[in-house]
Design a protein around this ligand. Structure first.
Ligand code: ATP
Length: 324
């Protein structure tokens, strides 16, 4: 392997730039050529390539988003699209690629590898932490810090006005952001997709905390939670069943995806980038780099895309105890 391409795909997340930097610098260190692909699979199909050297990635470790841009690309889902992408890579003498993205991006890489025998490696970049084979995805830690900071601010206004706030956070169909940020921000309740607590329990818990003298409450709601109600419907439900509360809603939205990556995400990205390049040079392929028990580990992409990292039940228990 003499030339490795790197790109970001799917939703962006903080830490992607640090991972790009790591891949580029590891290539330079190991004297392998490196090529950046702009706009994910779309740029691959169009041949939107730029050669990278160690200096091309100066001053990006601290930046959110991705300097290579990200894109969703329907053409890559077709055989013809992938053939175009393959032809572009061959024309540019690329021998392997590292994709930084989520499970959809990995699925695309796996199909590409099966069709053309092209070596691929994955680095998990998504704030949702929803990829099997790694305890942490790039951007998750930063997103938690962003969410906790936002909830701290909401708490200031909530306690000044004796309000109950429903705060909706991202995470798609998993509750990692909600549970961790909920514990970190001292939420009253956390509603996550993995556990259906039922609305009755929510009302009971809110009643109890009001009785016990709490002046304000924060309920963190994962966007994929199981109540069957969105945050605005939850507000109406609680207001009609429990008129003691003045209820407000805050949907944090895309701010959770932005910002300068935390030190944890920068270090993780640096470690993952080194491992991705080294593994390709060892002749291995179709693997995702992850971190488990603070060890950098490899998981077949086929397994990584099958499931999610399980929700932490010990943390659910801690959350329950903290809301007493
Ligand atoms: P995020 O977790 O932020 O959504 P993702 O990587 O899962 O990131 P997707 O939009 O699912 O984001 O996938 C990114 C791109 O990967 C798609 O736009 C498409 O080009 C490619 N891709 C996804 N699934 C497939 C597939 N089954 N076959 C081929 N390509 C795919």
């Amino acid at each position: 392997i003499k030339k490795i391409a790197v790109f970001t795909s799917g939703g962006d997340s903080p830490g992607m730039n640090a991972a790009i930097r790591s891949v580029v610098r590891t290539c330079a260190y190991l004297k392998v050529e490196c090529l950046a692909i702009y706009r994910g699979y779309q740029g691959m199909i169009e041949g939107d390539f730029v050669p990278m050297d160690a200096r091309s990635v100066n001053n990006i470790i601290n930046k959110g988003g991705t300097i290579l841009k990200s894109a969703r690309c329907d053409e890559f889902r077709t055989k013809e699209g992938r053939q175009k992408a393959y032809d572009q890579l061959v024309a540019a003498d690329v021998d392997a690629f590292v994709v930084i993205g989520g499970d959809g991006s990995f699925r695309g890489a796996q199909i590409f590898n099966e069709e053309f025998g092209f070596p691929v490696m994955g680095i998990p970049g998504t704030i949702d932490n929803d990829i099997f084979g790694t305890r942490f995805t790039l951007g998750f830690d930063t997103a938690l810090n962003t969410v906790v900071e936002a909830i701290d601010k909401i708490r200031d206004t909530a306690s000044s006005h004796n309000r109950l706030f429903f705060v909706e956070v991202m995470g798609r169909d998993v509750g990692h952001i909600a549970l961790n940020a909920g514990v970190g921000a001292g939420a009253e309740e956390v509603l996550i997709p993995e556990l259906d607590l039922g609305l009755e329990r929510l009302l009971e818990s809110l009643k109890r905390s009001k009785k016990s003298g709490k002046s304000s409450s924060i309920v963190v709601v994962a966007e994929g939670d199981k109540t069957g109600k969105n945050v605005f419907e939850l507000k109406e439900y609680v207001e009609s069943h429990l008129p003691i509360y003045d209820v407000r809603v805050s949907v944090l939205g895309h701010m959770q995806r932005g910002g300068s990556p935390s030190c944890f995400d920068r270090v993780l990205a640096s470690r993952m980038g080194v491992k991705a390049v080294e593994t390709l040079l060892e002749g291995k392929s179709n693997l995702m780099v992850g971190i488990i028990d603070n060890e950098i580990v490899l998981t077949p992409i086929s397994e990584a895309i099958k499931g999610h990292t399980k929700i932490d039940h010990e943390l659910i228990r801690v959350s329950d105890i903290m809301t007493t």
